[in-house]
Design a protein around this ligand. Structure first.
Ligand SMILES: [Zn+2]
Length: 288
């Protein structure tokens, strides 16, 4: 699923139908203005991902982790486990699965690394937070740390426990009632992912190999990371229903080991969902 609640979607269709009488280009513009939500419940189809011409995070993606934690209200080792995940996912079969999805220039997302992290103890400007606050935080971090936007840079904003985030001002699309996380972009190339504290918002994969709340957030993080790599500006790889690589396999896991993980990378166990493989026409943990 890409974006929007049903009421908003229907309202949009009515509005767009009216506008379409005047201008036919309105439909084409709408997909770029919404984020890509990771919903708490999904019903994906079996159709393959198709390429829509947009860029990908080709080659090596640079990950910037912003831990926006005003009162450090996260479980001990939460941040460090997430950082460890970003180190371990590179070279994994899960990330390698992205390499089958090429741009028109024949490039693909093949690697990633954690470029830098920052813990920001600055206070939240409002509660619940809104998407505009997340975008402002990305800009704030860029200024504070000298980071810049690039088609190869992605900024993850992790929030502390119990901090709700809403995409819309009416609070109908929130971590508390609608999504687990989302990825989007602003400007032309500022790619970001909004990452609420999953353990506070019913986004539980059902096991915890590291016995830490970070396990829940890491699963959601992997979903957003693979989607952003293959569809950073929401105009590259997604299926006929608008589902991206992660949506099609949300909440589908592999066989769990004794610790509850379904992958082991560099000796570290994680529970992460599968991702879509066009070759297998199925969800996988290791791509071609
Ligand atoms: Zn998604």
């Amino acid at each position: 699923m890409r974006k929007r609640t049903i009421p908003f979607y229907l309202a949009s269709i009515l509005l767009l139908a009216a506008v379409a009488l005047i201008s036919t280009r309105t439909f084409a513009a709408s997909p770029h203005q919404a984020p890509h939500f990771f919903l708490k419940h999904t019903s994906p189809t079996a159709s393959n991902l198709a390429y829509h011409g947009g860029p990908e995070m080709t080659g090596t993606a640079n990950v910037y982790a912003i831990f926006w934690e005003p009162t450090n209200n996260v479980q001990v080792n939460y941040n460090s486990l997430i950082q460890r995940y970003f180190g371990d996912v590179n070279g994994s079969g899960l990330y390698h699965n992205n390499t089958q999805y090429h741009t028109s220039a024949g490039k693909d997302p093949s690697a990633e690394h954690l470029a830098a992290s920052w813990v920001d103890n600055g206070s939240y400007p409002e509660s619940p937070l809104l998407d505009s606050d997340i975008q402002n935080e990305v800009s704030h971090a860029q200024q504070a740390k000298g980071w810049s936007s690039s088609p190869n840079n992605i900024f993850f904003v992790f929030l502390q426990a119990n901090e709700n985030l809403c995409f819309d001002n009416s609070h109908s699309q929130c971590a508390s009632n609608y999504f687990c996380a989302y990825h989007s972009y602003f400007g032309s190339t500022t790619i970001y992912a909004a990452m609420p504290y999953a353990a506070s918002f019913s986004c539980n994969p059902g096991s915890s190999p590291n016995k830490n709340d970070a396990d829940q957030t890491i699963n959601v993080t992997s979903h957003e990371q693979m989607e952003a790599a293959t569809d950073p500006l929401l105009n590259a790889w997604y299926d006929s229903s608008g589902n991206e690589i992660g949506d099609k396999c949300a909440w589908k896991f592999g066989t769990r080991n004794a610790s509850g993980g379904d992958v082991t990378w560099n000796g570290h166990s994680y529970i992460v969902q599968k991702e879509w493989d066009n070759h297998k026409i199925n969800c996988v943990l290791t791509g071609p």
